[in-house]
Design a protein around this ligand. Sequence first.
Ligand code: TYM
Length: 332
Amino acid sequence: MDRIFSGVQPTGNLHLGNYLGAIRNWVRLQNDYECIFCVVDMHAITQWQDPAELTANTREVAAAMIAAGIDAKKHIIFNQSQVPAHAELAWIFNCVARMGWLNRMTQFKEKAGKNRENASVGLYAYPVLMAADILLYKGTHVPVGEDQKQHLELARDIAQKFNNDFKTDLFPVVEPLIFGAATRVMSLKDGTKKMSKSDPSDLSRINMTDDADQIAKKIRKAKTDPEPLPESTKEFNGRPEAANLIGIYAALSDSSVEDVCARFGGEPFSTFKQHLADLAVSSLAPMQEEMRRLMQDTSHVDAVLADGAARARAVAEPILGEIKDVVGFLSP
Ligand code: TYM
């Protein structure tokens, strides 16, 4: 069976984009693949994290995965730092990846901003650790949102260069799985910017921990344009906020963007926003309630992560052994 690997950073503010662009799709892939889902705490610390918040956020992301419906007995949910082989393989890949490849990564440029000299070395090497995450398990398919595409291309390049340099076929070709109506959920305050955990405005995103009132308020206050709702996707040009809200409605209702346009085209935004708020509240409520329950039961979440990590280590260690042999590292 093909193997899926994917991850979410525990950096706080888990939002609707993470859910619709990633976690929800994972739930649907469980029957067709062997799945490994990771709370990537080592990626999180590439930018400063308060230690107590990092612990709490790690539990929150794990709770979201479980509450969304991922079967942690059949599949694996764990946090990255419990499997040291990720760091070991990342080092080997640091020696395979080229500076030129990393210099092209747009996410580093966005995250480092103008003050690049002050960014951590970890932030620069971030995509190399991501390649290690996937290839440590010989993962073949990686379900992510649109923003991770470039990182996955880098993972393919690293795998291919390793295979060429060492004349082996050890690593498989990594395929991104990017699907659904919400591969790129945009900010509620600016339809040209992606919804993000780090946006300073809380009104820009729907957090998975927001209650019904907060969700309704954020949708009511979402930026729109003065025109009525478009009647087809052909009218999306120059209307990023309309396209985004319709995309969110389509994803939550499991319908196509064209169907949503056909239903609400010509209506004022105020009417549509009311429908969208009702839909968002009712479709997120069961998962949110389960998340809240799990967040109270930290010993259960910790046990799921520890059990997942033990099973992840059992898969990873023999593969890391194979890799070390190929590289020529002497071991007993
Ligand atoms: P992270 O934590 O930023 O996001 C987790 C997942 O959510 C998706 N996503 C979105 N999808 C749609 N619209 C948005 N606005 C939006 N924002 C985020 C992301 O594409 C991602 O799928 N580097 C990764 C974590 C990672 C990883 C991996 C992923 C580490 N190792 C190995 C796959 C495989 C990240 O920062 O995701």
